[in-house]
Design a binder for this molecule. Structure first.
Ligand code: NI
Length: 158
């Protein structure tokens, strides 16, 4: 495993529409391993492949406190969004100075492939649902500045 550089705002790779992963091979496994290591090293809850300069539909997420909840989402798709929403703050490793309020569904159902090419389905709520929505937005070039509805200053607010 190796740390990869996280690209930050201003890098056009963040605005690309990512291509599906086609080969579930050792390169994909290496990418996912590196993304997880890079996410943990930066104290993030999630990381999408374009954030390390790879224009492919791959995401890692871990919203647990103790790094025990890693999941890998390859070619993910949200299949259901709850009508009930949540309004809360988001940040992004690619926009380290930026925080803001974003409305998201309270619960989402998604399907994705794991690194071996097995399709799975999962329903998640709360912070997990927020992370899924945030990371999947990255795969379509939609980033935090596009989503913020109201600013949040962690030093001043609350
Ligand atoms: Ni992000």
């Amino acid at each position: 495993m190796a740390l990869r550089n996280i690209v930050t705002d201003g890098d056009p790779v963040l605005l690309k529409h990512c291509k599906p992963v086609e080969k579930f091979d050792s390169r994909l496994a290496e990418l996912l391993d590196d993304m997880a290591e890079t996410m943990y090293n930066a104290d993030g809850l999630g990381l999408a492949a374009p954030q390390v300069g790879i224009i492919r539909r791959a995401v890692v997420i871990d919203v647990s406190q103790d790094k025990s909840g890693l999941i890998e989402l390859v070619n993910p798709e949200i299949t259901e969004r709850s009508e009930q929403t949540q309004y809360g703050t988001e940040g992004c490793l690619s926009y380290p100075e930026l925080y803001g309020y974003v409305t998201r569904p309270m619960t989402v159902k998604f399907r994705a492939y794991d690194r071996h090419g097995n399709l799975y389905e999962k329903e998640v709520s709360g912070l997990f649902a927020r992370a899924v929505c945030h990371e999947l937005d990255h795969l379509d070039g939609r980033v935090l500045p596009d989503n913020i509805e109201a600013p949040y200053d962690p030093k001043k607010d609350e």
